[in-house]
Design a protein around this ligand. Sequence first.
Ligand SMILES: [Zn+2]
Length: 114
Amino acid sequence: MHEMSLALSIVEQTREAATREGAVRILEVEIEVGCLAGVLADSLQFCLEAVGKDDGLADTIFRITEVGATGNCRVCAATFPADSFLVLCPSCASDDVSLNGGRELKIRSLTIED
Ligand SMILES: [Zn+2]
């Protein structure tokens, strides 16, 4: 399961960062997931909680923020929010659209108790 391996890697990075900061407890982890990253936020949330529980982070809140992408129409130059790879320009219905952003998958911030 894709989300499970991502969860393992996020928990590992969280623990490393916490060790580096000398944290006693990790209160909250904020994770940014782009809408085009191919990750199901609900599923990732579930996996993070399961992995965290096994790894001493049972009290840690994992907060996932979904980040949108922006589409730019190459035909009429319209800019619009996009949430999938298959988008049509809302003003001219062209499919000649370039997508920016939306592929992030990273830890945005950690709230720790030191
Ligand atoms: Zn257009």
